[in-house]
Design a protein around this ligand. Structure first.
Ligand code: UD1
Length: 363
């Protein structure tokens, strides 16, 4: 069975690492990895392949940055050529980026079945490019691997019932597998001179925050006014927006420590020892929960509502006062229900795909 895996952005490298390992252990499977090149900086891409031991991509499309339409179109053109020449049995996609959409669309037009890992998530906010990507990808997919019951329910409400599996969250597999290595190898705490639970980690990169000068200003103001030291790894988009809006003064001469984007091991380490995390990332909301770190979400809604209901995640939006009040009111909940499965998601997905292959070859 030939599986063509398409990845392109940082969180997808993390998600793909464990499933690629599981697929590699199956003699019946040949995996061809395509990197769209959506993320291309060494610390946004190459470092993840190296650290997570992901096989070198068989293809790198090098599409780079562009407007959504142009970026997706470039991927689609290149992916179609590769899909035609590789003729895979399945195209495997992750999450909700433009790379996910391009691969799902390209495959379904060629009648190649699509498997979507992290299916069924909804923010119910179509202003987010990710919401559009995930809705379309889900509707084009033959296998929909859902991290939670809520994701299964979302799909049901859109009439998608066939091919839906609640497998747990693949990022939980990665955390369980890589955390011991991270704690052993990362020296980020020492390097930044941080003390356990005495700092707040912040990440901001979503277009709806960084590209709106008012929202972005309001968030940076909150970070500036927090009593505890703030560590802020800067996504390239965020860095360029700080320059564009002349907000540099807000992050220098303040208690905000600005650093380069972090590799996976450093991120797991710095997150697990933080007092709290302020973020607009989807992945970090989950990782915070898995590592039992309170999270304040800098958006108006979350796809991970179970983390909110459990009391570990708080929606604060972008308003300075709201963010500060939320941070000041944080209480660490006593309960920590298992929301993300048992850490065997990649194995389950591999088994489902291989069972399908065996069945279709015996009929
Ligand atoms: C993308 C995903 C988002 C995911 C995020 C993880 C979409 C629509 N969004 O957002 O869901 O959470 O990846 O990081 O696919 N840039 C660089 N170097 C890089 C990559 C990006 O400088 O290696 C800069 C460029 O200026 C680019 C901007 O960052 O224009 C945004 O990059 P892009 O890949 O378009 O979206 P992300 O914000 O990273």
């Amino acid at each position: 069975m030939k599986i063509l895996t398409v990845v392109g952005a940082r969180p997808q490298f993390i998600k793909a690492s464990m499933l690629s390992k599981a697929l590699k252990s199956l003699p019946e499977v040949e995996e061809v990895i395509v990197h769209t090149g959506q993320h291309y900086d060494a610390n946004m891409s190459a470092i993840f392949f190296k650290q997570l031991n992901i096989p070198e991509p068989d293809y790198n499309l090098g599409v780079g940055s562009a407007s959504h339409g142009a970026q997706t179109a470039r991927m689609l053109t290149e992916l179609e050529t590769i899909m035609l020449s590789e003729n895979p049995d399945i195209v495997l996609v992750y999450g909700d980026t433009n790379s996910t959409l391009a691969a799902a669309l390209g495959a379904s037009k060629l009648h190649i079945p699509v498997a979507h890992v992290e299916a069924g998530l909804r923010s119910f906010n179509k202003q987010m490019p990710e919401e559009i990507n995930r809705i379309i990808t889900d509707h084009l997919s033959n296998w929909l691997f859902c991290p939670s019951l809520e994701a299964v329910t979302n799909l049901k409400q859109e009439g998608i019932k066939k091919g839906v599996y609640q497998t747990g969250d693949i990022m939980y597999d990665s955390i369980l597998h890589f955390r011991p290595y991270a704690l052993q190898e990362s020296s980020i705490i020492k390097h930044l001179n941080l003390s356990d639970k005495k700092y707040i980690l912040a990440t901001v990169h979503r277009a709806e925050n960084t590209d709106d000068p008012k929202r972005f200003h309001s968030i940076l103001k909150a970070l500036q006014q927090l009593e505890m030291k703030v560590v802020l790894p800067l996504h390239p988009r965020t860095k360029s927006k700080i320059n564009q809006f002349s907000y540099t003064d807000m992050i220098i001469d303040s208690s905000i420590q600005v650093i380069e984007p972090l590799n996976y091991f450093d991120m797991l380490t710095i997150l697990s020892q933080a007092n709290a995390v302020l973020t607009d990332s989807g992945g970090i909301q989950k990782e915070a929960y898995m590592l039992r770190v309170p999270c304040i979400t800098l958006r108006e809604e979350s796809e991970w509502t179970d983390t909110v209901h459990s009391g570990w995640n708080h929606i604060a939006g972008s308003d300075t006062k709201q963010i500060l009040d939320t941070v000041n009111a944080i209480k660490v909940p006593k309960e920590h229900p298992p929301l993300f499965g048992d850490g065997k998601t990649s194995q389950k997905i591999a088994e489902i795909l291989i069972a399908h292959f065996k069945k279709s070859n015996t009929i």
